[in-house]
Design a binder for this molecule. Sequence first.
Ligand code: NAP
Length: 272
Amino acid sequence: MVTVRTNTLTTMPALGLGTWELEGSEARESVADALALGYRHIDTARAYGNEREVGEALRDAGVARDEVWVTTKVWRDDLEPDRLRRSAEASLKDLGLDRVDLLLVHWPNPAVRLGDTLAALHRVRQDGLTRHIGVSNFPSNLLREAVSEFPIFCNQVEYHPYLDQRKVLDAAHAHRITVTAYSPLGSGGLLRDAVLGEIAESRGCTTAQVVLRWLLDQSGVAAIPRASSHDHRAENLAALEQAPLTYEERARIDTLANGRRFIDPSFAPAWD
Ligand code: NAP
């Protein structure tokens, strides 16, 4: 399994399965099938409402616990220290796990002092509920503020060829923080791109695989595509085995950046 080496020398599988909007039996079957295919990294969140099904699939898969990386997240309404701990405990209960590998602040919330949230997250880690802690949707200024309080393992942000995340990447790399690319396929929105399609055709692969290679070829970057179909899950995992993009292919893809975000709720922070 290809991994991303991180600031704690832990390695996180570079390709994971995203589970946003997968619910009930679809969540359980998607995670079970992903684990059978060889995925060893599952991304969920308290807010996705599927931790119970993710946990069932993990137990049924018969894969040793220490071979699967499980990330979950605390919703932005639960960033006060007591609520954060209760959210982490509820996640573990639903997942049926003693601890997760990574617990993230799902979105920043200016109503709660960041230092208080991070101190609570740090305590939860010290108490063994999670191996690592991190943040999500933190622009570069907030990421620097977070790092000045406590070591952070990961920042999970929207990232794909349409969205230049150089500022976030520079801030993360300066502190050897992993960047996990969420919505790596733009929630599907990149898959009809003509340039990506031409590159895919010339390489004899699919557009999704070109996008995933573009991400996985970058040092310190992981990606968590969601796929509800078996064929898409298999196709995305196979991207790990493909050759890196050429300089010319990367240069063409780099011209596609247009600032397009697919995830931009009203409570989003001021982006870079
Ligand atoms: P995504 O992974 O960018 O795209 C998923 C869409 O692409 C689905 O419609 C899927 O279709 C399709 N797809 C996947 N593989 C494909 C393939 N090989 N060929 C053709 N179509 C393919 O979407 P996302 O769910 O927005 O992002 C991925 C994960 O990131 C989420 O599930 C979640 O875990 C995480 N995330 C985190 C945050 C955050 O705030 N931290 C926000 C958004 C997402 P099928 O379902 O039909 O296979």
